[in-house]
Write a protein that binds this ligand. Structure first.
Ligand code: BV8
Length: 253
């Protein structure tokens, strides 16, 4: 991969790096993205019908069943070289964090330590009424299952449209964006807010903004470097160049 030497030099100096990832970084693990026309999750499903609190109130069984099918799919996938490259990079800088819009848990599975799941995690469930995490429930055939504490419906612990993001995770992600030397926006269409505001916040605070995506996005015009390509290919090449590694030096993938 032909990397801009100026970029590599600047990344060699970078001590404080913050990252935003979207569905694109998990695409090579087999997780469908939301907006890629031919495979996008939303291409086949209407988010207003499946990813809002009102949708759940209107048809809890349908929403729960859809998320169960995604949860089953995501329990079978594994991190790809892009996830592993980020985990490797984290070991080699002073300050590092990933704010992820993904709910698949793959960053932590790849070994990343500081991960802010700003849209939640599909492998966790919570009570729709009390908004408290629920780890187990009676297997009484109720769909969705019922909260053992209050009897209300159980829902996935993800952020739906129209819902506020987890405040601590978002505050940490914003602080990282404001304090970093370099901000990487990877595999996101950069249209869902407030997550999409993080790279802009970093850029306005003086960070070098790098976008990694096969396609341009509304963020591309603001990026200092746009690395056109798949994150599973670009990220390992970038880490090798910045740290003068040969692939076998990187953690076995
Ligand atoms: C909020 C979790 C306010 C669940 C998701 C009306 C009413 C209320 C709010 C709004 C409204 N109108 C607009 C809003 C704001 C709204 C929003 O931004 N809407 C957009 C669509 C305009 N935001 C919200 O509603 C947020 N909440 O604003 O609350 C509020 C304030 C106070 C009090 C109360 C309320 C909540 C947003 C979170 C929604 N939840 N998901 C689930 O997953 O089911 S959003 C969903 O989209 C995912 O999280 C996903 O990550 C996110 C963004 O998508 P991407 O990750 O970027 O994925 P996408 O497919 O779009 O793009 C993939 C990219 O990867 C592409 O660019 C592709 O080229 C690239 N790619 C493909 N292959 C690769 C690759 N890149 C690299 N390598 C590859 N191999």
């Amino acid at each position: 991969m032909n990397l801009d030497s100026m970029l590599v030099q600047q990344l060699k100096q970078a001590r404080r790096i913050a990252v935003l990832t979207g569905a694109g970084i998990s695409a090579e693990s087999g997780v469908p993205t939301f907006r890629d026309a031919q495979t996008g999750v939303w291409a086949n499903f209407d988010p207003d019908e499946l990813a809002t609190p009102d949708a759940f109130r209107r048809n809890p069984e349908r929403v729960w069943t859809w998320y169960q099918s995604r949860r089953d799919m995501m329990s079978r996938v594994r991190p790809n070289p892009g996830h592993f490259a980020l985990a490797e990079w984290e070991k080699r800088v002073d300050a590092w964090s990933i704010a992820t819009q993904n709910i698949d848990g793959l960053h932590r599975m790849a070994g990343s330590q500081r991960v802010y799941e700003i849209h939640g995690n599909i492998h966790r469930s919570k009570c729709f009424v009390e908004n408290t995490l629920v780890e187990s429930w009676a297997n009484d055939g109720s769909v969705p299952p019922r909260c053992p504490h209050c009897g209300g419906f159980i829902r996935p612990d993800v952020v739906w449209f129209g819902e506020i993001l987890p405040q601590q995770e978002m505050a940490d992600a914003q602080e990282a964006a404001l304090r970093c030397d370099v901000y990487l926006s990877i595999g996101t269409s950069a249209i869902v807010y407030p997550a999409a505001g993080l790279p802009i916040m970093a850029k306005q605070a003086g960070a070098l903004l790098i976008e990694i995506n096969p396609d341009e996005t509304p963020l591309t015009v603001a990026a200092d470097f746009f690395l056109k390509g798949k994150s599973g290919e670009v990220l390992p090449a970038l880490v090798d160049a910045v740290f003068d590694l040969v692939p076998m030096d990187r953690a076995a993938n």
